[in-house]
Design a protein around this ligand. Structure first.
Ligand code: CP
Length: 310
């Protein structure tokens, strides 16, 4: 069996191109499984997985839970809002208590950048990062590139623009790493205040004019403005942002070609994208969600191969 070069999935930065290709090949097989009448395989019948969510989530949490159940793993779910974290328990104490109940793998979303890596170095379980603050969201980037590959045949040589709040976006950073490893050219587009100062070090193009960015690209990935992470005002108003960077059908119709439109969700309809565009045939937003289950099945399955079964 093909195996990954990593013990944990804490970020795309640590993966090789071959790792990503192995994940995609495995996801192809699982995509076939989840489209069968019986959507379950017994692969992880003896594995227990804890999904620890210290931050809100709809897609990622449900997608991991479904992926784990489709692989026949035993699953426990933890939400910080209803836990003893509220009574002051530390991350390590919380996780070690959960692991003492014989848990083999932890999927964790946490508001602090580096939290998944920190955990992976301190606990005796496989760790998957389901989003760590403004740092990385590796499975989102994998499902995004997988969806581009599905729609356009390959990621290699494609031009992808990521539009919006790049500064606060873990989706942007993981996508940049993943797309570049697969041979795509990447551009970021947004107001100067939402483009990080270190962006040049990432080897991406920068464009502040949405129309020029869209003329350049094959794929536009529209990001949400993360007001919950913004500690100051980065633009005058959402209305002004939307006028400069919101994707509308009129803008798409003015282009000389047809683009693939993506969004990781949750969507702020009428801000970064109109409903007309989000619900159009050019948008692959629900394909991304469907592919998320197959890609997460692949990641969980491949990392579980390294777990010792006694
Ligand atoms: N794309 C994404 O991470 O969505 P959730 O926050 O709902 O998990």
């Amino acid at each position: 069996m093909d195996s990954l070069s990593v013990e944990h999935l804490t970020g795309i930065k640590d993966l090789t191109k071959k790792d990503i290709e192995i994940i995609f090949k495995t996801a192809d097989a699982f995509k076939e499984v989840i489209n069968r009448p019986i959507k379950k395989v017994p692969s992880l019948r003896d594995i227990t997985i804890a999904n620890l969510f210290f931050e809100n989530s709809t897609r990622t949490r449900l997608s991991f839970e479904l992926a784990e159940k489709r692989l026949s793993a035993d699953v426990v779910n933890f939400s910080a809002a209803s836990s003893s974290v509220k009574k002051g328990e530390t991350l390590i104490d919380t996780v070690n208590n959960i692991l003492s109940m014989k848990v083999d793998m932890v999927v964790m979303r946490h508001p602090n950048p580096g939290a998944a890596k920190f955990l992976s170095e301190r606990v005796d379980a496989k760790v998957i990062n389901a989003g760590d603050g403004t740092h990385e969201h590796p499975t989102q980037a994998l499902l995004d590139s997988y969806s581009i590959r599905e729609r356009l045949g390959s990621v290699d040589g494609k031009k992808v623009v990521i539009v919006g709040d790049i500064l606060h976006s873990r989706v942007a950073l993981s996508n940049i790493y993943c797309l570049q490893k697969l041979g795509a050219e990447v551009m970021v587009c947004g107001p100067t205040t939402l483009i990080p100062k270190y962006i040049d070090a990432l080897g991406v193009k920068v464009e502040h004019d949405l129309r020029k960015a869209l003329e350049w690209c094959d794929v536009a990935n529209m990001l949400r403005i993360q007001l919950e992470r913004q500690d100051m005002k980065y633009f005058p108003s959402l209305r002004e942002y939307s006028m400069q960077y919101g994707l509308t059908k009129d803008i798409l119709d003015e282009l000389s070609k047809e683009l693939v439109v993506m969004h990781p969700g949750p969507i702020n309809r009428g801000v970064e994208i109109t409903s007309e565009v989000a619900d159009s045939d050019q948008a692959i937003i629900l394909d991304q969600v469907e592919n998320g289950v197959a890609v997460r099945m692949a990641v969980v399955y491949l990392l579980a191969a390294g777990i010792k079964r006694e």
